[in-house]
Design a protein around this ligand. Structure first.
Ligand SMILES: [Zn+2]
Length: 161
């Protein structure tokens, strides 16, 4: 059994917030808890991005509006350590927060994305950018995040830190 599971609300969150971690820890399982109704291509791109990141992509969502938190909880309950969204949903995203609380309820070791905190270890940024480029339907969103934050830095925080 794999010890660590990365759980994200949307395809691309894994690359944006812990792509460097995934590259540094090959074979990590990544659970995406939604399938975007209006952009199903994004879930196909998720598997391409996971291949670049050397991660195992898993999808257990219905669609974005009906994000299936229960299914994600059941799946995540078999892992010892979970890495997911922080309590602020990074930039306040409702579904990020919802998933955070669902994972917190499992009472496992929990690490959260240190969104926008540029104190992390150096990462393989070139490969992270290659994974981001798999998301062909969202060039503007990704360019926006790159402008707002230094995506070449990542850190994970213990939930109680
Ligand atoms: Zn998201």
């Amino acid at each position: 059994m794999n010890r660590t599971l990365v759980v994200v609300a949307h395809a691309d969150d894994e690359t944006l917030w812990c792509g460097g971690y995934l590259i540094a820890h090959p074979g990590t399982d990544v659970l995406c808890a939604s399938i975007p109704r209006n952009d199903p291509q994004r879930i196909l791109d998720f598997f391409d991005a996971c291949a670049v990141l050397t991660a195992n992509g898993i999808v257990c969502g219905k669609n974005e509006a009906m994000q299936d938190v229960t299914a994600a909880q059941v799946y995540a309950s078999t892992y010892e350590r979970i890495i997911t969204h922080n309590r602020y949903g990074e930039y306040g995203h409702k579904l990020h927060k919802k998933l955070h609380h669902a994972m917190l309820d499992l009472k496992k070791e929990l690490l959260v994305f240190g969104y926008g905190i540029a104190v992390g270890e150096p990462i393989d940024y070139e490969r992270k950018l290659r994974a981001l480029s798999c998301y062909t339907t969202r060039p503007r969103v990704l360019a926006n995040q790159q402008r707002r934050f230094d995506l070449s830095r990542e850190c994970l925080l213990g939930e109680n830190e």
